[in-house]
Design a binder for this molecule. Structure first.
Ligand code: ZN
Ligand code: ZN
Length: 151
């Protein structure tokens, strides 16, 4: 992936630029991601907060305890409602970027499907990727981080 890369919301009020490659990227099929997106899953990449420059009005954050039991905050544009960011207490130094918000969505490279036990019958998780029923355990998560650095 070429850095920096950029993205933003539908109305253009909030823009972001990221100077580093993602630490990991996945398609999350948990029910929270489905409700937030209105779709089958959330394609999201997590980047170092320190590499992210965000311009425009502050995103509006809504927090809830995810299916994993962990606190997750979703940031969206207060004007147009586009989903942009995810903050997860699992990875406090990273910030999630929704792949659909990228200026070039083709640069998104999901590594894995997670929470596929919640995937709806009308959507098949990408069969070319490894799938996990729920969240990765510590070992699987470590492998994901190493794998992403190798890309
Ligand atoms: Zn907007
Ligand atoms: Zn999720």
């Amino acid at each position: 992936m070429i850095t920096p890369f950029a993205g933003g919301c539908s109305c253009g009020a909030i823009r972001y630029e990221c100077a580093a490659r993602p630490r990991f990227s996945w398609n999350c099929h948990c029910r929270d991601c489905q409700r937030a997106s209105g779709a089958a899953y959330c394609p999201v990449m997590y980047v170092p907060k320190t590499a992210l420059t965000i311009t425009g009005p502050a995103a509006r954050y809504a927090s809830l305890h995810a299916e994993s039991g962990r606190l997750v905050s979703r940031g969206l544009c207060g004007d147009c409602g586009s989903n942009l960011f995810i903050l997860a207490d699992l990875v406090p130094d990273l910030q999630g970027l929704w792949a659909g918000s990228l200026d070039d969505p083709d640069i998104f490279r999901p590594q894995i499907n997670v929470w596929t036990r919640s995937a709806p019958v009308w959507s098949t998780p990408d069969p070319t990727l490894k799938s996990l029923d729920t969240a990765p355990d510590e070992t699987q998560f470590g492998a994901l981080l190493r794998d992403a650095l190798g890309h």
